[in-house]
Design a protein around this ligand. Sequence first.
Ligand code: FMN
Length: 407
Amino acid sequence: MNVVVGVGGGIAAYKAAELARALGERGCAVNTVMTRSAQEFVRPLTFAALTGRKVITDLFADRSADEVLASSVEHIRVARENQLLIVAPATADLLARFANGLADDFLTTLYLAFSGPVLIAPAMNAQMWNHPATQANLALLKARGVEVVEPGSGPLACGEVGAGRLAEPGLIAERALALLAPARRDFEGETVLITAGPTQEALDPVRFISNRSSGKMGYALAEDAARRGARVVLVSGPVNLAAPAGVEIVHVRSAADMRNAVLEQLTAATMVIKSAAVADYYLENAPPQKMKKAAMRMSIELSPTPDILAEVGRIKGDRLLIGFAAETQNLAAEARRKLETKNADMIVGNLVSQEGVGLESDMNEVILVRRGADPLALPKATKRQIATQILDEALRLRLALHAVTRS
Ligand SMILES: Cc1cc2nc3c(=O)[nH]c(=O)nc-3n(C[C@H](O)[C@H](O)[C@H](O)COP(=O)(O)O)c2cc1C
């Protein structure tokens, strides 16, 4: 598999070297294109040594007219000979030039000449990332089908803390390989209803109770199901993630909103996956005005939120119902109890007390507690990989349990 890694001029350029190596280890032939600015951060020699290939650094390299005629124009040749273009780090400047169709160096000219899938991994200072110009350019590129590996949040090289860190090279490589793999269409004909993210329960007009769910697991499930041919309806609590391509999204805030949206969408669904971390309690009759601070203790009486999983379990008919259980102890027993009491077909249990997996992480480690089968432990993997395995298992379970009769 031939891929191009386009390197932009940002501090994270050195991580592109790790990406090139990760792609090489996964069997890709890696061709590197560096912008002029990228070469201020890392020397082309690094990439040449890691990939064993010449690095392209200039649109007008030292070549005679005869050579150009003999080997065709290089950016067109590179566009034809590679199956995927990955840009990492994608600078704010590259996003702007791609979005506006500029072609003033090799990488931007290649981008326009390239007809295959494009994967970009932006990295920049948080202010630059959040700037409306950058976000507008990104939205335009997404709308044109460019795949984006979102940057992570954390301490940035500029000393600030926020969104803008280049995603981990291993994660970018994995996304690249997923794009290259021919998609299985084994979810064609299914309508998968997925819930994701936290809910927010208002305490007053400005405050709420919520949890640390990022929504990444549910979004990964939605993306994979859509890629495999399903119609996907994603009912999402407030999260900081872009809607996956080809997915119908319904935005909600509270558990009550989520319940209403799920019940509204249920009729068409053949499979329901409830990965949202729905709040367990809410404040009935939240005050219409902001609560005032006073120098005394206060207590708030909370009421239980609707149990959406149990409600769907009662009326699910032939639909396959998958729930999630986030626990800090007794995971398998709790997941089994939930499976029975909620009439689910599978519970995906994860221990949220572990460092580096679960709620806010890109990684997860889960146990699948299935109706009529032994529990299946899935070792630590990215949420995308876990999503694929959950969907594989859902199809297997569907065959084992019953043939679907759709209404
Ligand atoms: C020290 C330094 C670090 C920079 N880091 C970034 C960065 O992380 N992301 C970014 O978008 N631009 C960054 N820039 C600005 C880009 O280098 C600049 O916009 C340049 O024109 C990008 O060129 P390119 O898009 O052709 O690679 C940085 C500049 C300097 C001097």
